[in-house]
Write a protein that binds this ligand. Structure first.
Ligand code: URA
Length: 229
């Protein structure tokens, strides 16, 4: 990676500003002052100093996992395997963006980019999450408008409007923009229905690829990462 790119990626200023620091001789690589901004560094191995401060490069990664049931959405758990256990390569500081219940399957984003997680999790950002579900009970026609008006949960919380589609007996899709604890299950419970399986199939601009089996994951492409922001 070019020296100026490394410095701007690690927060030392805009590309223009860091070129100035380099020209002034503030930067050393493996003990040698480097004054040309297109100097190539190995960002994982070279020792880069800004004056006497060490410059740490951490590559941001974005992983789309098809979560199987039985795994908890956490980085550590005393009793159950976590979604991080499914990632074969060691990636520093990765965590799941939001939570899926232990028995929920489907699309889960895993990253080490804290800023992205913040953007995605706030309901005010209106990021759509689509879940496929099966349920037990009788879905009455009047329930569609109840979901659209906002379901009142057992703890008194009024949900934001949600869109439900029932395409087969006991099977459908729901789009929500929030992520309260057990939200979809509790929305159905509020109407006397029981969710019997739940799978997230999309999250913002991301969709669960049909070829991705449970437990498998892919790294997002540059274009998919851009679309997230
Ligand atoms: N709603 C739920 O009830 N559970 C999930 O895992 C996700 C949304």
């Amino acid at each position: 990676m070019r020296l100026d790119k490394l410095l701007s990626h690690t927060g030392y200023g805009s590309r223009k500003e860091v070129k100035e620091w380099i020209r002034k001789g503030y930067i050393s690589v493996n003990g040698v002052v480097i004054q040309n901004d297109d100097y190539k560094v190995n960002e994982l191995e070279d020792e880069v100093l800004f004056l006497d401060e060490s410059v740490h490069y951490e590559k941001l990664v974005y992983i789309l996992l098809n979560k199987p049931a039985g795994y908890v959405s956490a980085t550590f758990d005393l009793h159950d395997p976590t979604v991080i256990d499914l990632i074969q390569e060691y990636q520093k500081g990765i965590f799941p963006v939001g939570r899926l219940d232990k028995d929920t399957t489907g699309l889960l984003l895993i990253t080490n980019d804290g800023k992205l997680a913040h953007n995605f999790l706030s309901p005010s950002k209106h990021v759509n999450k689509v879940y496929e579900f099966t349920f037990a009970g009788k879905f009455l026609p009047s329930y569609f408008s109840k979901f659209q008006e906002g379901i009142l949960l057992d703890d008194g919380y009024l949900c934001m409007p949600a869109v439900v589609e029932i395409d087969q007996l006991q099977h459908g899709f729901i789009t929500i923009q929030e992520g309260k604890y057990h939200q979809v299950k509790r929305m159905f419970q509020a109407l006397g229905l029981e969710i019997t399986s739940l799978k997230r199939i999309s999250f913002g601009s991301l969709s669960l690829p049909s070829h991705l089996k449970e437990g498998e994951y892919v790294y997002l492409t540059e274009a998919e990462i851009q679309a997230l922001f």
